[in-house]
Design a protein around this ligand. Structure first.
Ligand SMILES: C[S@@+](CC[C@H](N)C(=O)[O-])C[C@H]1O[C@@H](n2cnc3c(N)ncnc32)[C@H](O)[C@@H]1O
Length: 216
């Protein structure tokens, strides 16, 4: 852990650009402000950053093995790779995946996979099972199903860190109703441990921390 007990080792609050922000050490990726090798982690551009800012109990302590679903151009997953161990970044859209390659270039522990997160069997030969963490931010319909399909990669006490975007499930529905049905569906595979609305940083998003249900 870092000096701030709620943050994993390798993530710190630092004064960068005149204000305190979350930061990790690594090569800059998206034009973010830097200071002495530290790069600001903008919670307004990162659901996982928002979950840490809001004090969710993510269980992250630093050095974890990670499967990251919905890596886009590498904004958040590059910060994850800065403080975690092997990090597999799944993204199915070729355009952002090209930028993701640039984020991977200086990071030996960050592995890009141009794959569909709804088809985990297509990357199961590359991604080991028994991982510590699955981070998911796919902003697509069927977010609970994607999380359930990828539970196979998690260790029994691993963590799912899930950002749910209500509008991706149903643009017209009340977000609370969407979140309730996502919770219910997730409950088939996961035990839900903590959650928080991320609206301060991301409108109509819910952050959820969960672990696989034990099968006894
Ligand atoms: C909200 S963006 C992710 C932003 C990113 N997590 C970050 O914070 O840097 C959602 C991404 O998920 C990707 N995505 C959506 N459905 C997917 C799927 N089934 N498999 C892989 N990627 C998917 C989209 O192409 C998009 O790049």
């Amino acid at each position: 852990m870092s000096d701030d007990e709620s943050l994993p080792a390798g993530v710190e609050r630092r004064a960068i650009g005149g204000r305190d922000r979350l930061a990790t050490r690594g090569e800059p990726v998206y034009g973010e402000p830097t200071d002495g090798g530290w790069r600001a982690w903008d919670a307004g551009r990162s659901k996982l950053g928002a979950m840490l800012e809001l004090g969710l109990d993510t269980g992250l302590s630093g050095g974890e093995s990670v499967l990251y679903l919905g890596a886009a151009n590498g904004t958040t997953v590059s910060h994850v790779a800065d403080f975690c161990g092997p990090t597999y970044a799944v993204e199915f859209a070729p355009r952002p995946a090209r930028d993701l390659l640039d984020a991977c270039e200086p990071r030996e522990n960050l592995f890009p996979l141009l794959k569909d997160a709804r088809r985990p069997e297509t990357y199961a030969h590359v991604v080991e099972s028994g991982l510590d963490v699955v981070v998911q931010d796919v902003a697509t319909r069927g977010q609970a199903a994607v999380a359930a399909d990828n539970a196979r990669f998690l260790a029994p006490d691993g963590r799912l860190l899930l950002a749910v975007k209500a509008r991706s499930e149903d643009v017209a529905a009340d977000p609370d109703a969407v979140f309730e049905s996502v919770r219910a569906e997730l409950g088939g595979t996961y035990e839900l441990l903590d959650e928080a609305r991320l609206d301060r940083f991301h409108a109509d998003h819910l952050g959820i921390v969960a672990r696989p249900k034990t099968t006894e």
